[in-house]
Design a protein around this ligand. Structure first.
Ligand SMILES: C[S@@+](CC[C@H](N)C(=O)[O-])C[C@H]1O[C@@H](n2cnc3c(N)ncnc32)[C@H](O)[C@@H]1O
Length: 364
């Protein structure tokens, strides 16, 4: 078969845009890690690279090359005097309000540095992948080390901090129950952000966060100690399983069922823990029922399938009999069917708008 030179050029370009994304993502990690974005956000005016280096205590030559990468990728803004010959301080760099929100403002719901925080750990797992492809056995969240847990915390909390209490919990209809005093379990609680936020808001209720990651539990306990809250605690369900006496009013699972080796077993455990009038809030990745639909309708599909190999599916296959659902493996239809098998009879999709997640209220 002959090669079409235009198609060849286009395909090579397409391929190298992926490498550009990977390398620029590494630079984003550095911008966050080294405080470069925060320094630009805090500056009252655009900065030369000399000023940015001084503000961050870094070497100008390195900062300059980084800034050129970021500005060429249109991730940071710049203005240029265009002197002839070019002078070092011709170019100044700054962040637009939107760039500040995503790159530098941890309190903004659109803050996006979490996945970049854990990029080195995520990419490090490439070294383990050839073995996993041969044996079929993946690696759980602890394989990403303590920074893996912090990266997850920084990924999900900005949106949750802004929306969990005012938007999501009213949609589930649990506010009155939580105010009156309820028992709550957050399964797959990670670094504990949702538990700590709810425990502070609802002092009459008691909260237990369950996670199998020792790094996530350590981080959650550290934050619990710092909070001074007395109505929350964290446990490893392998040591302390969920109660089986239908005593819990409210269970939540945020972005974790698709990561689990035995999601159906956990759903059955949630059913056994819940009171008959209780409710389970399932938050999981918005997924379609087939690869073709995900590829057509989800502009992030390739990112998600890649993260699945490196993180989510790997976690779900970290035991030989793991389910291996993967990042896009829990579509609404799959979730409903599994919930039915686990003993739930009511499945409702909630009207909560999120770029990546779907929200369901599931009842016995
Ligand atoms: C993507 S993280 C989400 C963490 C947290 N819910 C959040 O929103 O930040 C998935 C979490 O599920 C946990 N996990 C996986 N399998 C689990 C299981 N069987 N029981 C409890 N936690 C589990 C992992 O250790 C990890 O902390």
């Amino acid at each position: 078969m002959s090669i079409d030179p235009d198609k060849l050029k286009f395909f090579s370009f397409l391929l190298f845009t992926k490498l550009e994304g990977a390398v620029t993502s590494g630079m984003v990690h550095l911008g966050d890690h080294l405080g470069l974005y925060r320094a630009m956000a805090a500056a009252p005016h655009p900065l030369t690279t000399t000023q940015l280096a001084a503000a961050t205590g870094l070497r100008e030559r390195w900062v300059r090359e980084w800034a050129y990468n970021q500005a060429a990728a249109k991730l940071i803004s710049f203005s240029s005097l265009r002197s002839q010959p070019a002078q070092l301080d011709d170019d100044t760099f700054y962040l637009s309000p939107e760039q500040i929100a995503v790159l530098a403002d941890e309190s903004h719901p659109a803050f996006g540095m979490g996945m970049f925080h854990r990029l080195p750990q995520t990419m490090e797992s490439l070294k383990r992948m050839p073995e996993s492809f041969r044996t079929g056995i993946g690696h759980n969240y602890d394989s990403h080390g303590p920074d893996g847990a912090i990266g997850i915390e920084r990924s999900f909390e900005p949106w949750n901090n802004a929306n969990l209490i005012p938007l999501v919990l009213p949609a589930v209809g649990v506010i009155d129950t939580l105010r009156a005093g309820a028992t709550v379990a957050d399964v797959g609680s990670g670094a504990g952000g949702a538990v700590l936020r709810m425990a502070a808001e609802f002092p009459n209720s008691t909260f237990v966060g369950y996670d199998i990651s020792q790094y996530a539990l350590a981080r959650a306990n550290e934050r619990l100690d710092a909070s001074g809250l007395t109505n929350a605690r964290f446990a490893d369900p392998q040591v302390e399983p969920l109660p089986t006496d239908n005593s819990v009013n409210f269970v939540c699972t945020f972005d974790c069922i698709h990561d689990m080796t035995h999601p159906l077993v956990v759903m059955k455990a949630i059913r056994a823990a819940l009171r008959n009038d209780g409710v389970w809030l399932l938050v999981d990745i918005k997924a379609h029922d087939s690869f073709v639909m995900n590829a057509e309708k989800n502009p992030m599909a390739s990112l998600m399938y890649g993260i699945s190999v490196l993180s989510c599916m790997s976690s779900s296959l970290s035991t030989p009999d793991g389910a291996g659902l993967g990042t896009l493996g829990l579509s609404e239809m799959t979730a409903e069917s599994m919930a039915q098998t686990a003993g739930f009879t009511s499945f409702e999709r909630l009207d909560v708008e999120h770029s990546v997640n779907a929200f369901y209220a599931i009842r016995p």
